[in-house]
Design a binder for this molecule. Structure first.
Ligand code: CS2
Length: 492
């Protein structure tokens, strides 16, 4: 028996494991089986299956990489979840994933799974950049690489939107009811946004399906939250110690987990309440709070922290000045929000800072820094626009934007270069060509990136100057000085 197959029988008896039978249908097909899905929705589903059973196993689909399939399939989808808290680390076995299909090499089976009569929910975590969203219009960007490829060659589906539309069409032709589409990415009004993208894509590729999608498919919005760093050799080593077997599919996460969902499922859903999910009428206010307070502060600290030499979020929280800026950022972000039912923003911010400071979680600033152009609009730019409109202080956003701009230069303070890992990297490079390290030129160049900063900000002299003055300090005196000055100016 190989080390991997042994996982099925060799997990130490002390490790928490589910007792439900796994020989049940996949009611859920999930696109994007990354660490976050394995630490979040799959765990809620495991809890639901444990509590009430039902045909709610998950079939995973990877749109690009075979890695998840290669790690999970030899273990029949089972894997170890490590929860790391200040009190220590615990392990449990998650059994809700039946297996993973790799779309580029197994497109027919992907379509069969999506069109299966058992499939009642198709959920997605494909990251912000995976949808083909045009930030300028809030609608479809037909030049998004996978979307453009699908539109040009409809028999060879590769994008998330392409699979959704092809599957909904196939189901209609086969006389099967549609499924609920559940977006689990960090986008505001993620269900609404995805609905619009699916409809716009369908109008281009398959117009006769549009009325059916409009009337029969639901797209509930959700707020998802669990800090989940990429797995490392440390994850696998701890999984081995705690379970007694080798598991290259193991993931690690924090003890905290939150899932708020609009309860609009056209074909039923698992009782995810079993894992603590909360169902509400309208998730908008929770999403905005999380995006602006958690993710906004995350992006700010990732750019400033990375350039200041902090590898992990927990190191940032150990830097008194930067930790103060994290607190400031959260309280400024809270001022742009409408009241959130049953949430005290001050307490929410305190809890976020405790989570960020979790000494057991090694969450890399460089990981959070990726895809800035996809994350900034909902995290930093929208609250900055609101702050400008309402005459609220702009400092927190100006500092965060300057830190991102400093980061886009692609070189640490020691002169080492790094890749931005941003789908608009080439555009950023050309916007910065010839700007050198002139702060005003860099600010001008990046504020002019199409669709990123709305006109109100891009044309505001106050905003431009607030960003430029900070970038100037970052470039002239270094990020640590800029952080110290910012923290002192506000609180000194
Ligand atoms: C982070 C998020 O990488 C990032 O951009 O801000 O992944 C964050 O950890 C999660 O949204 C927490 O729920």
């Amino acid at each position: 028996m190989t080390a991997r197959l042994k996982y099925l029988s060799a997990v130490s008896k002390n490790v928490r494991r589910p007792s439900y039978g796994r020989n049940r249908a996949s009611g859920i097909v999930h696109i994007g089986v990354g660490a976050f899905h394995k630490a979040h929705q799959a765990v809620y589903t495991d809890d639901a299956l444990q509590e009430t059973g039902g045909d709610w196993m998950i079939t995973g689909i990877s749109l690009r990489s075979p890695d998840a399939a290669q790690a999970l399939n030899p273990q029949k989808g089972l894997y170890t979840l490590l929860e790391r808290g200040p009190q220590g680390v615990s392990a449990r076995v998650i059994a809700s994933i039946a297996g993973v299909l790799v779309a580029p090499v197994d497109q027919p089976h992907v379509l069969v799974a999506l069109a299966s009569p058992h499939t009642r929910i198709v959920s997605l975590t494909v990251t912000e950049k995976g949808y083909g969203l045009d930030p300028k219009t809030g609608g479809l960007d037909p030049s998004h690489p996978a979307v453009a490829a699908d539109l040009a060659d409809p028999d060879n589906t590769r994008s998330a939107l392409g699979f959704l539309v092809a599957a909904l069409h196939a189901r209609q032709v086969l006389g099967r009811p549609p499924f609920t589409v559940l977006c689990c990415d960090n986008l505001p009004s993620n269900g609404k946004v995805l609905r619009r993208l699916v409809l716009e894509f369908a109008a281009l590729r398959d117009p006769e399906i549009v009325p059916h999608i409009e009337s029969a498919v639901s797209f509930p919005s959700t707020m998802v939250d669990r800090i989940t760093p990429a797995s490392t050799d440390g994850t696998f080593a701890d999984a081995r110690v705690l379970t007694g077997c080798e598991d290259r599919a193991a993931v690690e996460t924090e003890p905290f987990s939150q899932w708020i969902i609009e309860d609009r499922f056209v074909a039923g859903r698992p009782p995810w309440e079993a894992g603590g999910a909360v169902f509400v009428e309208d998730v908008t206010s929770y999403e905005k709070m999380k995006l602006r307070m958690l993710n906004g502060a995350h992006s700010m600290l990732a750019y400033a922290g990375f350039i200041a030499g902090h590898k992990y979020v927990r190191d940032v929280m150990g830097d008194a000045d930067l930790a103060r800026l994290v607190a400031r950022h959260m309280s400024e972000a809270a001022r742009t929000l409408d009241p959130v039912p049953d949430v005290d923003p001050g307490r929410y911010a305190d809890e976020l800072r405790d989570r960020f400071a979790n000494p057991a979680i090694a969450h890399e600033t460089w990981q959070i820094a990726m895809d800035g152009t996809q994350k900034l609009p909902q995290r930093l730019i929208e609250p900055a626009r609101i702050a400008l409109e309402r005459g609220l202080p702009m400092d927190a956003y100006a500092f965060a934007a300057a830190a991102w701009m400093r980061y886009t230069l692609g070189e640490t303070e020691k002169g080492e270069s790094y890749v931005l890992r941003d789908p608009r990297e080439a555009e950023i490079r050309s916007a910065l060509a010839g700007c050198g390290r002139d702060p005003s030129a860099v600010v001008e160049g990046l504020l002019a990136l199409p669709g990123l900063f709305p006109g109100a900000l891009a044309t505001s002299t106050a905003w431009r100057e607030a960003v430029a003055v900070r970038l100037k300090t970052m470039l002239a005196d270094g990020m640590r000085s800029a952080i110290a000055r910012e923290a002192a100016a506000r609180h000194g």
